[in-house]
Design a protein around this ligand. Structure first.
Ligand code: MTE
Ligand code: MO
Length: 350
């Protein structure tokens, strides 16, 4: 049993799908104040394809499992469809531009996936006790930020790949995956940044080590806080606690409520670890008020809301922050999960 060499410059055979477009493809349609739906419609969900969108023939498609396994596999779609199907609701968040990892991109949605358990498929191949990482390969290839790659390659710690909600998904919001979202099959790793949920999945490899590559050990690594002159790097895996304000939206003109009336401020909070509390601030972050927080369902995002009774008229800043049960919260600036601020104006009611 040997670990397959990691050929980043894999030959492109005639049976490799064509890419259309064959260059980076992004769709960033919704701003935070447009994310009112609990389940993001597929047409509103962001799309991120670093290298382009492979057009894959479902009948010709197969999934290979190799590396440190007892029984290497080659599974056709019908083999996977014979397994029990599972549905998972989860937030999906893009970590943002890998060249600017401290800039919040606020690319997030909440969707339903359907597919088969990744753990079931891996366990059927017989994972060797030495395996610590699962390398996952997509059928897309090309150039990104001046580097040519033979395919999109990511890696995951094995414990996470075997977690209860990780899927090989075929459906998004009750319909087959669209080409942009990974047709015919993609990985879904709820709680990890979107970059790890490899689309157009065609190969998985069990390994002792992390995969060296553009999207694994070069890009998508954050410097670890509080380390020496040579900071350790932490892979962009687990999603840090985060929240955003849906309403009021930026630039809203708010009539100052009379008497005991209030203005509802609401939004979404999410993170890999459970969210312990969501808070809002109306004074630039000096004072924070605990918001109501709907209970968590799996790894779906959670609605928070708070009542605001602005006393003064004029410009105001509304902010929110989420804190998880491990005690991590959102920094003011300088991180992808930096606090979201919405500027509004309070006017006297007519
Ligand atoms: N094969 C492949 N998988 C990929 C990507 C990619 O470029 N190629 N982009 C990743 C990134 S950065 C994100 S944020 C999510 C986005 O998923 P979506 O386009 O379905 O919303 O897919 C991930 N999976
Ligand atoms: Mo992403």
């Amino acid at each position: 049993m040997t670990e397959a060499p990691q050929a980043l410059e894999a030959p492109v055979g005639p049976d490799w799908p064509r890419l259309e477009p064959a260059t980076t493809y992004l769709r960033f349609p919704l701003a935070p104040h447009e994310l009112a739906a609990n389940v993001t419609p597929v047409g509103d969900l962001f799309v991120l394809a670093h290298l382009g969108v492979p057009r894959v023939d479902r009948e010709a498609w197969s999934l290979e499992i190799g590396g440190l396994v007892d029984r290497p596999q080659r599974l056709r779609m019908r083999d996977l469809e014979a397994l029990p199907m599972k549905s998972v609701e989860a937030f999906l968040q893009c970590a943002g531009n890998p060249a600017t990892p401290t800039v919040p991109a606020r690319l997030v949605g909440n969707v339903h996936w359907r597919g088969v358990s990744l753990a079931t498929v891996l366990d059927a191949a017989g994972i060797s006790p030495q395996a610590r990482f699962v390398w996952t390969y997509g059928l897309d290839r090309g150039e990104f930020m001046g580097t040519r790659v033979g395919r999109y390659l990511k890696d995951l710690p094995i414990e996470r790949a075997r977690s209860a909600d990780a899927l090989i998904a075929f459906e998004l919001n009750g319909a087959p995956l669209t080409p942009e979202h990974g047709y015919p099959a993609r990985l879904v790793v709820p709680g990890f940044y979107g970059t790890n949920s490899v689309k157009w999945l065609y190969r998985m490899e069990l390994s002792r080590t992390r995969a060296q590559g553009l999207f694994t050990t070069t890009l998508y690594n954050d410097p670890e806080e509080g380390t020496g002159p040579e900071p350790a790097l932490r892979a962009v895996w687990s999603v840090a606690p985060e929240s955003l304000i849906v309403s009021p939206g930026p630039g809203a003109q708010i009539a100052r409520p009379a008497g005991t009336d209030t203005v509802e401020v609401w939004g979404w909070a999410w993170g890999d670890a459970d969210i312990a509390q969501a808070e809002v601030s109306f004074d630039g972050g000096l004072q924070w008020t605990r918001a109501r927080l709907e209970p968590r369902r799996g790894r779906a995002w959670q609605r928070f809301s708070a009542d605001w009774s602005p006393r003064a008229t004029g410009p105001a800043e509304i902010q929110c922050r989420a804190t998880d049960t491990v005690g991590r919260t959102q920094p003011r600036t300088g991180a992808r999960n930096a606090i979201h601020t919405v500027s509004v104006t309070v006017r006297d009611a007519l």
